[in-house]
Design a protein around this ligand. Structure first.
Ligand SMILES: Cc1cc2nc3c(=O)[nH]c(=O)nc-3n(C[C@H](O)[C@H](O)[C@H](O)COP(=O)(O)OP(=O)(O)OC[C@H]3O[C@@H](n4cnc5c(N)ncnc54)[C@H](O)[C@@H]3O)c2cc1C
Length: 456
């Protein structure tokens, strides 16, 4: 006899969605978070989300409309700004329509939905240890604030603890789950929220992204207005050797770019954060065990957005776990379907964008300025690539870009190489093994593609 069907460590967007999907199907679920109940959802974030994610979630697990008060401002587009600051690309379309929202209220709403569906929420409780029986995951050791440790059992345990993946790291060496995430596959970020009483943002519905390889190598600086007189400003960089401290980058950027224009600013919040920026981990399940959200590396490798994809991961994990519980089989083979389901909806695009990330790391400010100036990059390309994970030009378009890019032919050849590698990785994800048996040989085919991407 176990205490719950499923225990979920972490009540962020990934964990809360998993819990909601399972409880709606009638399973007993315990959702645990170390934060106080009123503070669940509070997180260092850019607070931006594409509307299409909510739509996908509605179709998968039937979440209701977002209540009023969560959305701070409707977002209608994103401006991508070249390092020279003279050129910008406005991206407007279904992927860039979205919202700037209140992170705490969104988190509270999600946990509330899960509770209404029947989930037991245990806040102010730290998950300390993954428990095993006969070598298989069997439960959790938890400690409520001020109380003694307690052991609880369940048929499935879900790690939704965010970027630390603290349960993932406790899996035994014999598990096919990767325990460690390489530094080069992480983004470290700094984010402030300012009130600007003497400055009005004229177009708060347009988010701005500043691209500059000298300042934010492998990342970018964002300026996301949250209305006329409030703004979320931050930057993230890849944690490769010698990277700069994002807090220093932040203050240089704000000082050089905005201090005279914005006038007096009031700092409302200020903090750092980390996110994984790679393909999803190669298997997100083992016997009686699943991972969702940042713990499973379900984050867009280019822009670092992971709220929508963590909810998508949570929905697929919840549906697959429910089917496994109904079959009375929570083995790795029975939970396996979660992997291809997630890959089909987001993971294979993530893997392709991970290839693209390595290409972006190796281009210079000069290349980017040139590409913007000569319109070798167009807003429609970026939208298309961010939506599909593919780089596509028709034959006529290829010729036009070739003419425009005369003088930078090596750059164009590199774009062409990276586009082929992105297609190759998508093809490999379409062949994701149908059972755990095929995993090792499939993984061995991934590495050469990433090695090639790093060398483009
Ligand atoms: C600076 C920054 C800016 C970002 N901006 C955006 C953005 O604008 N848009 C976007 O889509 N994404 C953004 N992201 C990414 C996004 O925040 C994450 O991908 C998303 O929150 C992942 O959700 P999650 O549920 O996996 O993890 P989290 O939201 O991190 O939730 C994990 C939960 O687990 C709990 N927990 C952890 N350890 C324990 C433990 N031992 N015991 C109990 N509870 C535990 C935590 O308290 C937390 O509530 C940003 C990330 C960073 C760092």
């Amino acid at each position: 006899m176990v205490d719950y069907d499923v225990m979920i460590a972490g009540a962020g967007t990934g964990g809360a969605t998993t819990a909601y999907a399972l409880a709606k199907r009638g399973h007993s679920v315990l959702l645990i978070d170390r934060k106080e109940r009123d503070n669940i959802g509070n997180k260092t974030c850019g607070d931006a989300l594409g509307s299409h994610h909510i739509q996908e979630l509605r179709e998968l697990v039937g979440i209701p409309e977002l209540p009023k008060g969560i959305v701070e401002y409707q977002v209608n587009g994103i401006d991508l700004i070249a390092p020279d600051r003279d050129h910008r690309l406005r991206m407007e379309g279904p992927t860039t329509t979205g919202m700037s929202f209140n992170r705490l209220k969104m988190g509270q709403w999600f946990v509330g939905l899960a509770e209404e569906a029947g989930v037991e929420v245990m806040a102010s409780t730290r998950v300390k240890k993954l428990l095993f029986e006969n070598g298989k995951v069997s439960g959790l050791r938890i400690a409520k604030d001020g109380e003694a440790d307690k052991d609880l059992t369940s048929r499935i345990v879900v790690d939704a603890t965010g970027a630390t993946g603290m349960l993932r790291m406790q899996m035994p060496e014999s598990s096919p789950i990767e325990r460690q995430i390489a530094n080069e596959d992480r983004m470290v970020a700094w984010r402030d929220i300012y009130e600007t009483p003497n400055f009005d943002f004229e177009t708060p519905d347009i988010l701005e992204i500043f691209w500059n390889q000298d300042e934010t190598l492998g990342g970018y600086t964002w300026v996301f207005p949250q209305g006329k007189n409030r703004v979320n400003v931050g930057n993230g960089v890849m944690t490769i050797e010698g990277h700069r401290n994002p807090k220093d980058i932040q203050y240089d950027f704000v000082k050089k770019t905005w201090i005279d224009t914005w006038g007096d600013i009031k700092v409302l919040d200020s903090s750092g954060g980390v996110a994984p920026i790679r393909r999803p981990i190669d298997t997100m399940v083992d016997d009686n065990f699943m991972l969702v959200g940042d713990a499973a590396c379900q984050v867009n490798p280019i822009h670092g957005g992971g709220i929508g994809s963590s909810m998508l991961g949570g929905a697929h994990a919840g549906i697959t776990a429910s089917e496994a519980l109904e079959r009375n089989d929570t083995s790795i083979a029975s939970l396996w379907r979660y992997n291809p389901r997630y890959h089909k909806s987001y993971g294979s695009k993530q893997a392709a964008l991970d290839i693209f990330r390595w290409f972006l790391l190796n281009i210079t400010n000069d290349d980017i300025d040139f590409a913007f100036k000569k319109q070798i990059i167009k807003a429609s390309d970026l939208l298309d690539t961010s939506m599909t994970g593919e780089v596509r030009f028709g034959a006529g378009e290829k010729f036009k870009r070739l003419v425009a890019g005369f003088g930078k032919i090596p750059l164009l050849l590199r774009v062409s190489k990276v586009a082929n590698l992105m297609n190759d990785i998508r093809a490999l994800y379409a062949q994701y093994p149908e059972s755990p048996k095929g995993l090792a040989s499939w993984v061995s085919r991934l590495k050469p593609l990433y090695d090639a991407a790093k060398a483009v």
